[in-house]
Design a protein around this ligand. Structure first.
Ligand code: ATP
Ligand code: MG
Length: 420
């Protein structure tokens, strides 16, 4: 192993490609920020019970994927594997749900950790942007979140994604279905672990990725046939609202997702260019989660979109984001005196809000101009001894190649004018 290798299943974001990650986080959160969602940030770790209870003791996330640790003080902590339980915990702790307006609408962006088998699109450290709307049961809210995720992906230029939609029922109808499903599953030819899962969380067997298991599930009872009237009506309303918004979706009755806390509306965004790690995001309603972690009844809905996989989806579709150059002006000094003078101009530009950079290290003209080109700067300022003697700097337009001598004292103002 090389000394400089990041841990297995992780990778670094470095320039220039890191700019794409920032732009994706920005694009995903923009529709949320414009829709009344406030920013929330929670710690990278939590007490382990929060996830054990919140995400579900029997989920892969809790049984296999969670990074847990014991602190020197004896506390059992877990690196956060997902955002929802933490955000709800934080909202309850801060009493946001008592402050007046419900729903409490929050968005977040951060790193998440799961001990998974690393492969393309599946990492041990990954990044999500998420949204939660806490404390209100209203199909318009479910629709809002689906529409905003669709808007975020579209604003990035993604087109080859699909929205899968399902309803998981509520505490009235889901138990009836659960029992019918268990009866069906107990007769199948399944391994020990899956048989155990039938007893703890049978719906998750439907999510099994293995082909031989899926084959046996063809005739499994369908949740749709068991939904109570209230859940059916709720689901129809969500479908009608997103249809009216022109958002295309597919009904997927097998969609259950990996977390225990979902009720009613459940959805996943999949991208067809990603191979087996096709889910770029997912979410749904989690009406029982607050009570599960010891809080009051707070019906809620949310989603989390994977930043890493969204970047892979952009690559798969060949979408190049239109990222503005980070540097507008690049200064190239020739000689000691020019260094001091041009650095002064660069500082002046920066204070005026103009992105400017400088050829450090006293390099020659050729190397410095290469750096100027690479920086993407629109203008270069060059000055040598003769220019300074005349009280000017050479201002070069990097697009047209045109070069003009500008009085030193007016250089910053001239650039501000040209850059608008
Ligand atoms: P999968 O079925 O692929 O394991 P999941 O259901 O576990 O996904 P969620 O918990 O719903 O995923 O997380 C939401 C999004 O976060 C996923 O759609 C995906 O884009 C991203 N994600 C989840 N796990 C990883 C991971 N290990 N590496 C990279 N991205 C991930
Ligand atoms: Mg997973």
């Amino acid at each position: 192993m090389s000394t400089f290798q990041a841990p297995k299943g992780t990778y670094d974001l470095t320039p220039p490609s890191s700019a794409t990650f920032l732009a994706v986080r920005e694009a995903i959160s923009a529709p949320l920020r414009d829709s009344g969602y406030g920013y929330i940030e929670t710690p990278g770790f939590e007490n382990v019970e929060l996830f054990a209870r919140g995400v579900g003791e029997s989920t892969d996330i809790v049984t296999k994927e969670m990074y847990t640790l014991t602190t020197k003080g004896g506390d059992q902590l877990a690196l956060r594997p997902e955002g929802t339980a933490s955000v709800l915990r934080a909202a309850l702790e801060a009493n946001l749900h008592k402050a007046g307006n419900l729903p409490v609408k929050l968005w977040y962006s951060g790193s998440y950790y799961r001990y998974e088998r690393p492969q393309a699109g599946r990492y041990r450290h990954f990044s999500q942007v998420g949204a939660e709307a806490i404390g209100t049961e209203d199909p318009v809210l479910d629709a809002e979140l689906i529409i905003l995720a669709d808007q975020a992906y579209r604003s990035l230029g993604l087109r080859q994604f699909r929205i899968l939609l399902n309803s998981l029922g509520d505490k009235e109808c889901r138990p009836v279905y659960r029992e019918a499903l268990q009866t069906f599953l107990r007769d199948l030819d399944l391994d020990e672990e899956t048989r155990r899962r039938i007893e703890i969380n049978p719906l998750r067997v439907l999510d099994d990725k293995r082909a031989d298991v899926q084959k046996q599930l063809t005739d499994a009872p369908k949740l749709r046939d068991y939904l109570c009237d209230a859940c059916k009506a709720y689901h129809e309303e969500v479908r009608a609202l997103i249809t009216a918004a022109g958002v295309v979706f597919e009904d997927d009755e097998k969609l259950v997702r990996g977390l225990d806390y979902y009720t009613r509306t459940t959805f996943e965004f999949v991208h067809d260019g990603l191979g087996s790690q096709s889910a770029v995001g997912g979410g749904g309603r989690y009406d029982g989660l607050s009570e599960m972690i010891g809080g009051p009844e707070l019906p809620s809905v949310g989603w989390a979109l994977g930043v890493d996989r969204t970047v892979l989806a952009l690559e798969a579709e060949g979408v190049e984001l239109d990222l503005p150059a980070t540097t507008s002006v690049y200064a190239v000094p020739l000689g000691e005196e020019a260094r001091r003078v041009l650095f002064g101009v660069v500082t002046e530009l920066r204070r005026a809000g103009i992105a400017a950079d400088f050829a450090f290290g006293g390099r020659g003209l050729k190397g410095a101009m290469k750096s100027a080109n690479r920086s993407g700067a629109r203008y270069t300022l060059v000055a040598g001894e003769r220019d300074l003697a005349e009280g000017v700097v050479q201002l070069k337009d990097m697009e047209s190649g045109e070069q003009t001598a500008v009085p030193l004292t007016e250089a910053a103002a001239e650039l501000a004018k040209r850059l608008g």
